[in-house]
Design a protein around this ligand. Structure first.
Ligand SMILES: [Zn+2]
Length: 254
């Protein structure tokens, strides 16, 4: 199947979209960098995250005035092996909780740890989301399925071996070929910049994702700033939230 046609987004421009998972308080620091460079962001939040505390409802309301908020399940449970009832509770329940809290429609969903199955995808559709983001990376096209959207780059200092393993685990052979071509040992933001140039050349999409707490843990805020400064200064870029991108693209499925 061919990748979705992003003509509607504006065929003369590369689409730049970013997404950040888990609703950590450091998203406010991240938000300052995104705003400084005119980059849009979608924040995926699991209000009852059992692994890592999400920001409180007051702060979430505050940041939702600046960035799109998406669903990330109720408890940050990996979506495999759950019963249909539990799946629905995690996926549709999360949408309802966030909509009740924020008073606006929640359009996008992100699979915790990038784990999903057919039932999870189907439940995301039935819950009324317009798209779902995975953790497949090193891709600069829209992909074929709005409910399994790929990404270009994870803001994380992977080793070459980790990059290979991640691609193999997801049967992401296109991504693997890409990083072998561009330099598998490149620093993450250099590889991100190379993938951006590829997206520009193909009128594609460049989707950066990550976690603000990982930027802190690995001290890579300066790398992020450098990468986004380069992109923020470029012409012919269409900046979109994940939801705007999902809504404006001609998808073959869903
Ligand atoms: Zn997460």
């Amino acid at each position: 199947m061919n990748d979705a046609n992003i003509e509607n987004a504006d065929s003369r421009k590369v689409v730049v979209t970013t997404s950040w998972d888990d609703g950590h308080l450091l998203d406010f620091k991240l938000g300052e960098i995104l705003n400084k460079h005119g980059i849009k962001g979608t924040l995926y939040v699991a209000l009852g995250n059992r692994e890592r505390m999400s920001m409180n409802p007051t702060r979430l309301k505050e940041i939702s005035e600046m960035f799109e908020i998406g669903g990330h399940t109720r408890t940050h449970t990996p979506l495999s092996g759950l019963s249909p009832e539990r799946m629905k509770d995690e996926i549709a329940g999360c949408k309802k909780d966030l909509e009740d809290l924020l008073g606006k429609e929640i359009q996008m969903f992100c699979y915790p740890r990038g784990i999903y199955n057919d039932l999870a995808r189907k439940t995301v559709i039935e819950a009324g989301y317009i798209g779902g983001r995975t953790t497949r990376q090193f891709l600069t096209t829209a992909g074929t399925d709005r409910f399994l959207m790929p990404t270009s780059m994870h803001a994380f200092p992977y080793t070459a071996l980790m990059r290979c393993r991640h691609c193999m685990k997801n049967s992401n052979y296109k991504g693997l070929a890409k990083i072998l071509k561009y330099g598998i040992g490149k620093r993450w933001h250099e590889l991100g910049a190379r993938l951006f140039e590829e997206a520009v050349a193909n009128n594609g999409v460049w989707h950066l994702w990550g976690h603000s707490w990982e930027l802190e843990t690995h001290s890579i805020w300066d790398d992020l700033n450098e990468l986004l400064e380069m992109i923020g200064n470029r012409d012919n870029v269409k900046h979109m939230t994940n939801g705007e991108f999902a809504a404006s693209t001609n998808w073959a499925t869903g």
